[in-house]
Design a protein around this ligand. Structure first.
Ligand SMILES: O=C(O)CCC(=O)C(=O)O
Length: 366
């Protein structure tokens, strides 16, 4: 028998606690979204009022040729302005990108009980978590999204515990992407006039999460969000999106005739990957690189998948603006902290734009 989605408690229990996810609810056939998914007007996404970000992907293969310096400039400029850019010839095989989207669709296409085994508290490993929305217990309106999150520790652990439907491709995606992340990070740190040794870089991207997001079809896309406004907490995020579209980034500054506060859509480009700056890189650079506020809309007719890799510091890492940058800037815009504190704060609050960065703001800059 179909549960009552009109009753808030039974809907919440069915979707969140029992692990049926938004997909489980949609599969029963819904003509309108439950009230708990209706966003306040200021959070709704006006599809007709957004412009596409039409910059072509940056060709990373040119880093090895005569255009090296120009490509470095393009990467740094994108990180300093929008905090988002797309890349091609990134070293992740294009066939793997297709297999990843298939694997995500296969995983979420399974019956709810197959996914629910990975819920928090019952998952066979603390590094694998299936869930829905971001922090459902704290959100005023829920996000129209289910996800599986896989934290990398070792290959052996991943092969033992990550879901069968996606573990091989997810591991290969991580292996190939991480080389590119290192390269891009070294370029960005280098543009700050700083050199970090390998062990420091290892610490800054020591925690890696491969997530798969599934956005089921939605009867009221104009009232809901797939993911609410937020920035990512780590260093750099790599994102594979399918061809549905719906990822929007907020302009931090006026640029190329677009106004501060405007939302730009990052259009799907076959074979390309999206890269974005996270809060920690903004902090390390003392504010020069911008962690990008972004959000995702839902769609009426087709479900969407996206597959981000979040590169994040080790929880024990001491984070703060790089001393050489502070010396040059004459001011430290952020304070120092142990990364675990930042992470705990991030995961205990609902998405709220770039508010996560307030945790690190220096109240009295030196
Ligand atoms: O689905 C997307 O395009 C973005 C996903 C995202 O922002 C996230 O998982 O934090």
């Amino acid at each position: 028998m179909a549960p009552s989605f009109l009753d808030g408690n039974s809907m919440f229990n069915f979707v969140v606690r029992d692990g049926n996810g938004v997909k489980g609810m949609v599969d029963f056939g819904l003509s309108e979204v439950p009230e708990q998914y209706v966003q306040p007007p200021e959070e709704r996404i006006d599809k007709l009022n957004a412009t596409a970000h039409d910059n072509p992907p940056i060709d990373l293969s040119k880093l090895d040729g005569p255009d090296h310096d120009q490509i470095v400039e393009e990467i740094a400029t994108a990180a300093e302005t929008l905090g988002f850019f797309q890349v091609m010839n990134h070293g992740v095989p294009v066939e793997l990108l297709e297999s990843l989207k298939d694997a995500a669709n296969n995983f979420f296409g399974q019956p709810p009980e197959k996914k629910a085994v990975y819920r928090k508290g019952v998952s066979p490993s603390p590094s694998v978590r299936y869930g829905t929305s971001f922090v459902p217990d704290k959100e005023k309106a829920l996000e129209w999204k289910d996800y599986i999150s896989m934290r990398y520790t070792t290959d052996a652990e991943a092969l033992e515990y990550w879901p069968q439907e996606c573990k091989d491709v997810a591991l290969e995606y991580l292996r190939t992407s991480i080389k590119m992340v290192r390269k891009v990070l070294e370029i960005l740190i280098g543009k700050l006039g700083v050199t970090l040794d390998d062990s420091k870089i290892d610490g800054l991207i020591g925690l890696k999460l491969v997530n798969m997001n599934f956005y089921p079809t939605c009867p009221n896309p104009e009232l809901t969000v797939g993911v609410g406004r937020h920035s990512d907490m780590g260093i750099l995020t790599v994102l594979l999106q399918d061809d549905i579209g719906g990822l929007y980034v907020k302009m931090e500054e006026e640029m190329d005739g677009k106004r501060k506060g405007d939302w730009l859509e990052i259009p799907p480009v076959p074979g390309a990957l999206v890269i974005n700056v996270g809060d920690t890189l903004q902090i390390l650079s003392n504010g020069r690189y911008k962690s990008a506020e972004h959000r995702v809309r839902t769609t009426r007719t087709k479900s969407r998948v996206s597959i981000p890799i979040f590169t994040i510091p080790k929880p024990t890492e001491r984070i703060g603006p790089l001393p050489q940058v502070v010396e040059r800037d004459g001011v430290a815009r952020y304070r120092e902290f142990i990364f675990e504190e930042y992470m705990n704060n991030f995961f205990s609050n609902a998405h709220d734009g770039k508010k996560s960065l307030d945790f690190a703001k220096n109240i009295w800059p030196a």
